[in-house]
Design a protein around this ligand. Structure first.
Ligand SMILES: Nc1ncnc2c1ncn2[C@@H]1O[C@H](COP(=O)(O)OP(=O)(O)OP(=O)(O)O)[C@@H](O)[C@H]1O
Ligand SMILES: [Mg+2]
Length: 262
């Protein structure tokens, strides 16, 4: 494949007269971590949901989205299913919402492999256990048999990340995927993601409220306001290089940053 893993160009989203996204363009290359930041309601989740066409039927989309070179907005149902199940995975904030409470962790973990990809159960289980270990879960055999209520939030989020990786996607869309975790667990989960990313050349779109984290963790960062991308910066330049007034106001709203940069 040539070109970016995720290529969103002039993407607009409306519900009737309400405009949610206005000509959003962003890209993620192989092996790259790209941040998407902006105030609540600016359209970050809508952007990734639109990119996967996970929107209510009343949504009107314009522009183009390509994932691994494949046209998402023009895809028919079968093609869309295939793109969603083999090229990309979306990790959202709430792991309890992502896992069926009455199913064993192991079954949730490998269901896409078995049901969508037709991998035989023993092989799927082997891969599932390997991934649980890779995301730092101790005693994976035991976890495999447990139910979500028996695991802590941090552990469940690791399970959700492992589940996202079972099908070996090229692109991960992480929507506040670590925001609910305590700082230590978040750091561990991010380190694991980074290792997996290096090993596999994953592209990662990382949505976060935390500008500090975006600066430390992302190669590039897009700043979103009212459904538009207003600035694009290198992660390392986020604090020093921001020119847009809105970006500056977001940065100034982070108290620890002022202390560090005063
Ligand atoms: N199904 C929908 N119908 C109409 N408006 C919607 C729908 N879903 C989201 N919106 C609106 O789209 C805008 C952007 O919402 P979105 O969830 O994308 O923001 P966000 O940047 O992810 O915010 P947060 O940081 O709080 O998660 C909001 O004004 C929201 O009310
Ligand atoms: Mg959101």
């Amino acid at each position: 494949m040539t070109g970016p893993l995720l290529d969103i160009a002039d993407l607009s989203l409306r519900y009737g007269d309400t405009r949610i996204l206005d000509r959003v363009s962003l890209r993620v290359d192989t092996g790259e971590t790209v941040g998407l930041v902006g105030e609540s309601g600016s359209g970050k989740s809508s952007t990734v949901r639109a990119a996967l066409r996970l929107l209510p039927p009343t949504a009107q989309l314009d522009g183009s989205v390509r994932i691994a070179g494949r046209d998402v907005l023009g895809a028919d149902a079968r093609e869309l299913r295939d793109i969603r199940s083999s090229e990309v995975a979306l990790i959202q904030q709430d792991p309890r919402g992502a896992l069926n409470p009455v199913r064993r962790i192991g079954d949730s973990l490998i269901e896409r492999l078995v049901l969508v990809h037709g991998v035989a159960r023993p092989e799927a289980k082997r891969r599932g256990l390997e991934l649980l270990e890779a995301v730092g879960i101790s005693r994976p055999e035991l976890r495999f048999r447990q139910y979500p209520h028996e695991l802590s939030g941090g552990m469940l989020q690791r399970v959700v990340i492992a589940a996202a990786l079972t099908t070996r996607p090229a692109l991960l869309l992480a929507d506040e995927a670590t925001s609910a975790l305590d700082v230590t667990t978040q750091a561990e989960v991010l380190a694991i993601l980074r290792d997996l990313q290096r090993e596999r050349g994953l592209g990662l779109l990382f949505i976060t409220h935390d500008l500090h984290l975006a600066a430390a963790y992302c190669d590039r960062v897009y700043v979103m306001l009212s459904g538009e991308i207003v600035e694009e910066l290198q992660g390392a330049d986020l604090f020093a290089g921001a020119r847009d007034t809105y970006t500056r106001s977001l940065l100034d709203a982070v108290p620890t940053i002022r202390e560090h940069h005063a």
